[in-house]
Design a protein around this ligand. Sequence first.
Ligand SMILES: [Zn+2]
Length: 245
Amino acid sequence: MSFAADFKPARVLASPNRGERKSATDMIVLHYTGMKSGEEALARLTDPTSKVSSHYLVHEDGRIDQLVPEAQRAWHAGLSSWKGVTDINSLSIGIEIVNPGHEYGYRDFPSAQIDALIKLCRDIVARHPIRRERVLAHSDIAPTRKKDPGEKFPWDRLAAAGVGLWVEPSPIDGGRTFSANDKGAEVEKLQKQLARFGYDLKITGRYDDDTRSVVTAFQRHYRPARVDGLADPSTVDTLRRLLRR
Ligand SMILES: [Zn+2]
């Protein structure tokens, strides 16, 4: 198998869990591994019975393994959706970042790991037409199922290096906050904005469980100082400013 010529991973370890793409590559999806160690994650991502894989695995010390060639479809997204498209595996490059995750002791991502990830992402976006707003979290494309890479992930550092869309979150200073089962035009407006941004959300006019999941995913990525699924003015204003970019 052949890999991109200008990027040199530490190791190339072919995962059997891959297939043919059905569309052009225009997105990066970032994950955490959510397992106790990087080697355990590597074993799972290359195990033919697991049916999961990613293109890259970034270890905490910055080493990078390549598991699936970029030209092929890796199996990392699962049931997911963005801007109405559901076969995310066909159009994305999946990157797994070693971290135990919320289940096994979620911790800060080491600088060496983030430095290596930034280099990798910059290399990828130089070779594919991937717009800034299409560098996303697994939780963005599967908000009811996934939390990764989570609120400790430094999206601001990536954006400072030209990777991903980011605005400084609007300050948290109280004010009217939506809560469970609120109804009306304001809820509907918020749902429409979240859906326009890309999230898979039905416009019900009610602050339902799905709305709370999507707001939680939005906060993990774009307003990580408080992740509670409640749309406070800071959350709403941060979303509004992102939509204007
Ligand atoms: Zn994931």
